[in-house]
Design a protein around this ligand. Structure first.
Ligand code: SAH
Length: 273
């Protein structure tokens, strides 16, 4: 086992970019930490001796995200608050704050923190652009396709008013439920179903974010996007297996589409299993 440099204690707040420093000062979103109640029957997963409960570990991750060019203070703060190590197997917990995707079972992965943050930033930027049109301070309802272990849903819950998150694999839908239960996030709604159909009952959405990439963006998602809403999704790039991040803005004049950087997501599949 290799030893990794640990952040020094106390963390040097003076060396941080301002948003990262603020993130460090915000309490983590955790049950079972520092006296918060844990529901009966569920022992908190507490890897011993790893320091993962320490805010400094997430602070180091947030610093790296800021160094990579993530600027949105709200996103950096949210990334600093959600304890990613609680969403992965104990055996992988030591890697939870590296910018890497990790297996979560059933052949799926938890997205890289850098990608989660980037997509959240793009989503909020779309909302901010239209704030002048009298929009609420906080983005409204957001639909997430691909709950996985529930990590991104937890991050989004700190940034938007309501999160509807759909998962097609029952095992992961249930795992996300377990992971999120102790966090008690009343604005997260977990749904079991085929997200390729969107979730019409919650529409229209101020934002839609997909954590799995298909050949094209399903028409249902565009139909369920509010006018003034933004969709962020990985989509297969022309030819080969490569994917690119796609941003689609629905305006009163129609749909505007931008293709951004290359990404690597698990495939978007139809049906439930
Ligand atoms: N946001 C997740 C990422 C999970 S990986 C996290 O933070 O961990 C993407 C997930 O998308 C997988 O769990 C996969 O099963 C799911 N998925 C793929 N196609 C889907 C579909 N049509 N509807 C709902 N979920 C889908």
């Amino acid at each position: 086992m290799t030893t990794r440099p640990r952040p020094s204690f106390p963390a040097r707040l003076d060396r941080l970019a301002a948003p990262a420093a603020r993130a460090a000062q915000t309490a983590p979103l955790a049950a079972g930490a520092a006296g918060a109640p844990v529901p009966a029957g569920r022992a908190p997963v507490r890897p011993q001796g790893l320091g993962l409960d320490s805010q400094a570990v997430r602070l180091a991750m947030v610093q790296k995200l800021a160094a990579q060019g993530l600027r949105d203070a709200r996103v950096l703060e949210a990334m600093g608050r959600v304890e990613r190590h609680r969403f992965v197997d104990t055996a992988l917990a030591t890697q939870a704050y590296e910018d890497t995707s990790l297996p979560i079972g059933l052949g799926q992965t938890i997205s890289k923190p850098g990608v989660v943050a980037r997509m959240a930033e793009l989503l909020l930027a779309g909302h901010d652009q239209r704030r002048s049109e009298g929009r609420a301070e906080r983005m409204g309802r957001v639909l997430e396709i691909g709950t996985g272990c529930g990590y991104q849903a937890a991050v989004l819950s700190l940034l938007v008013q309501e999160v509807y998150s759909v998962e097609r694999l029952r095992g992961l839908h249930e795992k996300a439920r377990e992971n999120l239960r102790p966090l008690r996030l009343p604005n997260v709604h977990l749904l079991f179903g085929d997200g390729m159909l969107g979730y019409a009952q919650g529409a229209p959405y101020a934002g839609i974010i997909a954590a799995a990439g298909g050949e094209a963006v399903p028409q249902a998602w565009i139909d369920q996007l509010a006018v003034g809403g933004r969709l962020v999704a990985p989509v297969a790039a022309a030819g080969g297996g490569a994917q690119a991040l796609m941003v689609i803005d629905r305006t009163a004049q129609g749909v505007q589409q931008h293709c951004l950087e290359a990404v690597h997501f698990v495939p978007l599949k139809s049906g439930i299993a």
